[in-house]
Design a protein around this ligand. Sequence first.
Ligand SMILES: Cc1ncc(COP(=O)(O)O)c(C=O)c1O
Length: 491
Amino acid sequence: MTGDIGTGPQHTGDMDPEAFRAAAHRVAEWTADYLRDIERFPVLSPAPPGTVRRGLPTAPPQNSEPISAVLADIEALLIPASTHWQSPGFMAYFASSGSGPGILGETIAAAFNVNAMLWRTAPAATELEQVTLDWLRQMVGLPQPLFGVINDTASSSTLYALAAAREAQTDLRIRELGMAGRPELPRLRFYASTEAHSSVEKAGIVLGIGKDGLRRIPVDERYRMDPVALRQAIHEDVAAGIRPFAVVATVGTTSTTSVDPVPAIAALCEQHGLWLHVDAAYGGAAAIAAELRWVLDGAERADSIVVNPHKWLFTPIDCSVLWTRRPDVLREAFSIVPEYLTTTDGSEQDAPNLMDYGTSLGRRMRALKLWMVIRYFGTDGLAQRIREHCEYASMLARWVEGEPDFELLAPALLSVVCLRAHPPGLDDPGTLDSLNQRIVERINTDGRFFVSHTRLRGEYAIRVAFGNLRQEQRHVRGVIAALRGAIDDVG
Ligand SMILES: Cc1ncc(COP(=O)(O)O)c(C=O)c1O
């Protein structure tokens, strides 16, 4: 078929199929070795800033270079300057581990390289996304109907959800008229706890509601939003002529994994006609384990929910699921169809055009990796790993509770433990903060583990997060020994 215009990819400058096959085999070998040997590398990269910049030519190559030369640079330059999220010693922030099936899914998605902007530009990717997200909905126990799309990150998902919430204030006609220079527009307000993620505040900035448009609601002693304070805040704002339009409840807060009382928050939202968005970016995955399903109690009443499979579902970054019970409003917020994108393929139900549910026109085939992860592990396999990660957190928390030199700073509800060294008699806040900072630095420079920190009620807290796919009990014992060793060294 292509005989008269060339003999294959070589003619185009791309790899020919055999060269690609050979290179792909090498990359597969490299990947398998990297994952097998991952614990050989210091988890937190010890490379000083500028290492990679200085190691690479400042100008691009004029002529073709062999893939082997590129792979050699990956080994020599990129590995030492990488922080290894795939390592079981990675216990910072929230885990993001790419499993085997997830990595293969990314590879195949890149081979297809479809752009799922319209159903017709990617029928398989569009429908696979719908089916996979309906599977996931069932796995976490949420009722139908729930429409889902995959975005890059929870930050985008939350932005889109709040854009829909703003759009639901139809009388304000913000989509048409914008917000600037309109004195008749009431000030808009939305609510989230003092523990909610910074992406919630960012969404307010992007949507023109501003940082002041987000009212932070205090939390109780377990870092959960106080619904009485929320009710009070809504009443105060209404009385002041401000228009409340949304509440973001968090299931699994970033610092401590606390779970806001979603049923009580949902009741307030229903009473006041507010959009309820549930940020379950990290914690939503826990609901796959039957005994943890309670974390999503009340989420069935939410207008939108975000869960990130790239956090605790072993799917390579990026993969963030946004579900909504009101897809029509989400579509109204974003859909613009210029002539060159019009189609007559079928109903929105049968042939949705996923470009209509967010700011991006182009969309990667992200569902493939998630579908492959779900099929490979099965619901039971995923639940089992999640359960084990929570058990690791309990093991560490029990150790902390039995150690006179350490204390827990928050309940270890899911897979994260917030703790600090607090030797008897050492009570000066500044001294305690600096001791704990030195412990974190000590652990992280040693290389076997990478832990992060947060501040809880003003106090510096060491934050140890389980959730990496490759973690085992020996890693819990290891981090316990590292904590003990660090306080002995720097205390
Ligand atoms: C509770 C919560 N929400 C949202 C986010 C933002 O996630 P992303 O990096 O996908 O934007 C995070 C990140 O850790 C988070 O912990």
